[in-house]
Design a protein around this ligand. Structure first.
Ligand code: GDR
Length: 321
């Protein structure tokens, strides 16, 4: 049977990697874009690929139902969300709507239109928040510390409830930080690689960051979307932690990025309280043993390789312009 996937958040990092992956597997890919978004500011990849675009609003359940009835997707991947790390408190109610309630709308639309549709949600390590243990797995208690984390937890809970109560095939991918050359400039990895390249090219003189000793479990976005696809190919739906199981500090990130350009980060990087966030008492680091054993998933791109890939891509980008 031909497979059709609907991807929300198609214009973002994960949406674009997943779209490419699914197209290479012969899927028909429907990219849901925000109602009213102008075609001019869509990423070039979307304009040149065979992704079919459809308008989509996270606030309109009836419209979601119409889209599902018209395009008949066999799989839905939900990446549409507020995702800014620094902005997790910016608009509590708006975040609750889009990252939380809207997922219930999608589940309701699936239940109404076609209960065979398989659904995968981009859930987050922010569910663990002020974690009680480290590393975190699928059975670690959730203790979100931001409106963002609380909204994602609501979505996560609804997927489990719809799975149990209605028998829907819904999975949550509990994604730890995942990065790539397509990452937005507000996230620390891309901020560092992009600014380091600007410094190298004489376009900037310094880089101001928050806590250099903050640590994260950083993986490669291309690997993480593959895990999400695998989840929807199983016999039974479940939730999985997707992580590398390793942490690195922001300082290490700087070291690798600047070294790639023949520079010493200590000459350019300044800590600035403006960017500080509270330090975690317990480290966020994922245990993806279930993904490995059940899905056969292992991350392929290591940290150093990923940072180098990002630096090289930024160098190409900034020397082209
Ligand atoms: P995060 O990502 O908040 O983990 O959320 P981000 O890249 O913003 O921060 C990672 C770590 O770096 C520290 N940091 C800085 N962060 C930013 N943005 N800017 C700085 O200058 C800076 N200096 C230090 C932060 O304190 C933090 O410890 C991401 C998002 O993708 C979420 O949507 C997703 O749910 C989680 O990852 C898992």
């Amino acid at each position: 049977m031909n497979k059709t996937a609907l991807i929300t958040g198609i214009t973002g990092q994960d949406g674009s990697y997943l779209a490419e992956f699914l197209l290479s597997k012969g899927y028909r890919v429907i990219g849901a874009i925000r109602t009213g978004r102008s075609a001019e500011d869509l990423p070039p990849f979307l304009m040149s690929s065979s992704v079919e675009l459809v308008e989509w609003s996270m606030l309109e359940q009836f419209h979601m139902m119409e889209v599902l009835a018209e395009y008949r997707p066999t799989e839905i991947y939900n990446f549409a969300a507020y995702s800014s790390g620094a902005g997790m408190f910016d608009d509590s109610v708006g975040i609750g709507e889009v990252n939380g309630i809207a997922v219930a709308r999608i589940l309701e639309a699936i239940r109404t239109v076609d209960t065979r549709i398989r659904f995968c949600q981009a859930s987050s390590s922010e569910l663990f928040g002020e974690a009680l243990e480290s590393p975190q797995s699928e059975i670690t208690p959730f203790r979100p510390r931001t409106p963002y984390g609380a909204a994602k937890l609501y979505a996560h809970s609804m997927i489990r409830i719809y799975r149990q109560h209605y028998g829907l095939f819904g999975c949550s991918a509990i994604l730890f930080n995942h990065e790539s050359p397509r990452r937005g400039l507000g996230f620390v990895t891309r901020k560092i690689t992009h600014e380091a390249v600007k410094i190298k090219l004489g376009l900037a003189t310094e880089l101001r960051l928050g806590n250099l000793d903050a640590r994260r479990d950083w993986g490669f976005a291309g690997d993480y979307v593959r895990a999400m696809w695998l989840m929807l190919q199983q016999l039974h739906a479940d939730d999985y932690v997707v992580a590398t199981g390793e942490t690195h500090s922001v300082r290490e990130l700087c070291e690798i990025a600047f070294e790639r350009l023949g520079l010493d980060y200590r000459d350019y990087v300044k800590e600035d309280a403006v960017w500080y966030r509270p330090v975690e008492a317990v480290q966020l680091v994922g245990c993806s043993t279930n993904a490995k054993n059940q899905l056969g998933w292992v991350p392929e791109v290591r940290f150093r390789e990923m940072v180098s890939m990002m630096v090289d891509a930024d160098l190409q980008l900034l020397t082209q312009n």
